[in-house]
Ligand binder design. Structure first.
Ligand SMILES: Cc1cc2nc3c(=O)[nH]c(=O)nc-3n(C[C@H](O)[C@H](O)[C@H](O)COP(=O)(O)OP(=O)(O)OC[C@H]3O[C@@H](n4cnc5c(N)ncnc54)[C@H](O)[C@@H]3O)c2cc1C
Ligand SMILES: Cc1cc2nc3c(=O)[nH]c(=O)nc-3n(C[C@H](O)[C@H](O)[C@H](O)COP(=O)(O)O)c2cc1C
Length: 597
């Protein structure tokens, strides 16, 4: 941010600013950026530092506020980042503001709030993130307060590739309205590219809460907000080793990938994920351009950078997943009655989009597009996350991930997930990858090394538990570890078999229960192994064990949670309600943590 500004700052100022920025952690930098942006908005900074932004909703009256509560509900940290930005903005406008995680918020305080900004993501399949569950249940429950004195706004974070886009934010907005609250701004739903729009959106919303110093006009330096949201730098790392973990004949394709982070400054904790930048498959890019009759050398402007459409499709845009907003925009160009009907029928559209890539769409519904029309239509390529499967304490020079390749047949053509496909087919040992660490505070080892852990991680769900076990071994932790692992076949799919059996031998893993679903007539899953060991599992929980769940969200996670409830109910001799309360308590105490996808 500082480099290249020698014509604005003296060298001494640059050095001082750099020193200050280097001394700040991410949270402090975020706060500072929001604060500066807010000062700018209030007119306290010079003209040249700001860019005017149109307010989207001039009809809503601005309220004069002296106090504002910002509540955030997050799983992967994005909503927290935005809450911190909003806090800085509000503070600079002279508003007394607190930003609190919904997890820590005492819901009964809601009735006393007068000004509230909720920033919340959606997880699962349209569900609140775990940290927002209690608040969500409270406002929809019998004890929800009348909120006639409440001014509120809600920003939802989501991903438009999910059928229930920003559902939690939408639900909370609706419910606060229904409780009598006064919405000072329309609901705002932000997609995964929210970093591109947040410099416009956040000041607009905060401005609605007035403040004594602000004039209400949203004006903020976009670069201040954006730079700080991207402040955890990407690093380029070399692939040291890539090993296919499945044996010959397996239906699965899971890679263990080791990356060299020595000298990069990258560090991480067990439970964190690695964010990976992928590139689209060259064949897919070529076929799309050929189908649209676009020359691969045509130049397009991507956020001020000129590049060929081929390069733009390769690195900047999502092609393997088509979201509802993208196909709706495309329908305007395609002028097909059938497509128009499809995009107005949500269930049919979701059905069509499952598994379809952009080549399927332009094949099924041809249209004429030039290179720049194509570039304005597509969604920016989101990064992908992979649970880190190594421990920094155990090996600080490397980071490992465990990647299941997404590969399937549709329309007589092989389809490849963009990132897992890139890692499986394009990236080899010696190649470079661009990555950064995505911390996950909601999936952490017990602070006390003597506490027991139960880990359920079938398939690639094993990844964070390899990290947990390495860490516990490195720290010589005394707490007993119980691992449930499952996959299709013992012979070919027992990921990290040698390591896990070694851990079992050394006692790092006290108990190892495995379920190979397709090795016998009847399917057997990890939840069946849990049920078989129900009494002991319940005893472990009562003795303070933490329970961790990682892997497939759609079926496995639901089944495991139901099984856990069943076990608690049966061996604790509890009613349904009591079992649910037991489970909720585990969650509240951080003793049930999940990382499912
Ligand atoms: C916190 C977190 C941790 C994660 N950890 C891991 C991990 O450790 N290991 C891991 O492998 N993944 C992990 N993931 C998942 C990972 O981020 C990617 O989502 C996954 O690799 C797929 O991405 P992709 O780019 O390869 O596929 P995409 O290009 O995103 O394509 C995926 C899409 O393909 C479609 N699809 C998939 N299979 C089929 C099928 N059989 N038929 C039709 N359509 C299909 C679906 O529409 C799906 O949305 C994690 C995700 C999160 C959020
Ligand atoms: C496992 C998983 C499930 C998700 N489900 C949804 C969903 O149903 N609807 C949606 O709009 N977004 C969904 N998202 C996208 C997140 O809401 C989005 O990434 C958001 O920026 C996360 O914000 P947070 O870091 O504050 O949790 C999902 C993300 C993950 C990882």
């Amino acid at each position: 941010m500082i480099q290249g500004l020698n014509n604005i700052f003296t060298e001494e100022q640059i050095n001082n600013a750099k020193k200050l920025l280097d001394s700040l952690n991410t949270e402090q930098r975020l706060y500072l950026s929001g604060y500066l942006a807010g000062l700018n908005q209030s007119g306290a900074l010079s003209e040249g530092f700001s860019a005017n932004i149109n307010q989207s909703n001039p009809d809503k009256e601005e309220v004069k506020t002296t106090q504002l509560t910002i509540l955030y509900g997050t799983h992967t940290g994005n909503s927290k980042l935005l809450a911190e930005q909003a806090q800085g903005l509000a503070q600079a406008k002279g508003i007394e503001v607190s930003a609190i995680s919904l997890q820590e918020y005492r819901v009964r305080k809601l009735k006393d709030e007068t000004n509230l900004l909720v920033i919340v993501s959606t997880h699962g399949e349209g569900d609140p993130p775990v940290s927002a569950e209690a608040f969500y249940a409270y406002i929809f429950g019998k004890k929800a307060p009348k909120s006639n004195n409440l001014n509120f706004a809600v920003i939802g974070l989501g991903d438009s590739s999910y059928a229930k886009f920003c559902q939690t934010g939408k639900d909370i907005f609706k419910q606060l309205n229904a409780l009598g609250g006064n919405a000072v701004h329309d609901f705002i739903g932000l997609d995964v590219d929210f970093k591109d729009t947040i410099a416009d959106v956040l000041p607009q919303v905060v401005a609605k809460f007035g403040g004594s110093k602000g004039n209400g006009k949203a004006a903020v330096s976009a670069s201040v907000v954006q730079n700080d949201l991207a402040s955890d730098a990407w690093v380029e790392v070399e692939v040291l080793e890539k090993i296919l973990l499945n044996g010959k004949g397996s239906d699965k394709e899971t890679y263990h990938i080791e990356l060299d982070i020595e000298g990069t400054g990258l560090s991480y904790h067990p439970g964190d994920a690695l964010e990976v930048q992928a590139k689209n498959n060259p064949t897919l890019v070529r076929d799309i351009l050929a189908k649209l009759n676009i020359d691969e050398n045509d130049i397009v402007d991507i956020a001020g950078v000129q590049m060929s459409i081929k390069d733009a499709l390769t690195s900047s845009f999502e092609l393997t997943v088509v979201t509802a907003p993208v196909i709706k925009k495309y329908a305007e160009k395609a002028k097909s009655q059938v497509l128009d009907n499809l995009v107005t029928n949500d269930p049919m559209l979701q059905d069509y989009l499952y598994g379809a890539d952009f080549l399927d769409v332009i094949t099924d519904y041809p249209a004429r597009l030039d290179a720049s029309e194509l570039a304005t239509l597509l969604r920016k390529l989101p990064t992908r996350l992979y649970s880190i499967s190594s421990s920094y304490a155990y090996n600080p020079d490397e980071v490992h991930i465990t990647v299941g390749a997404v590969r399937y047949q549709l329309n007589h053509r092989e389809h490849l997930g963009v990132c897992s496909g890139y890692l499986a087919d394009t990236i080899n040992e010696g190649d470079m990858l661009i990555v950064r660490v995505k911390p996950n505070m909601g999936f952490k080892l017990p602070v006390d090394n003597d506490v027991r852990m139960v880990m359920v991680g079938p398939g690639t769900g094993i990844a964070p538990f390899r990290s947990f076990l390495q860490e516990r071994e490195a720290k010589d932790a005394g707490g007993k570890n119980w691992l449930f692992f499952g996959d299709q076949h013992f012979e070919t799919d027992f990921l990290y078999q040698t390591e896990l059996l070694n851990y079992r031998k050394k006692g790092v893993v006290a108990k190892l229960d495995v379920a190979f679903s397709r090795d016998q007539q009847e399917k057997v899953y990890v939840q069946d192994r849990m049920r078989e060991n129900g009494e002991e599992l319940y005893r472990w929980l009562n003795e303070g064990a933490h329970f961790y769940l990682c892997g497939d969200m759609k079926r496995m996670a639901k089944d495991v949670k139901e099984t856990l409830l069943h076990i608690v109910k049966k061996y604790g001799q509890l009613t349904d309600e009591q079992a649910l309360e037991y489970f909720t308590n585990l969650k509240l105490k951080g003793r049930f943590q999940e990382d499912v996808y």
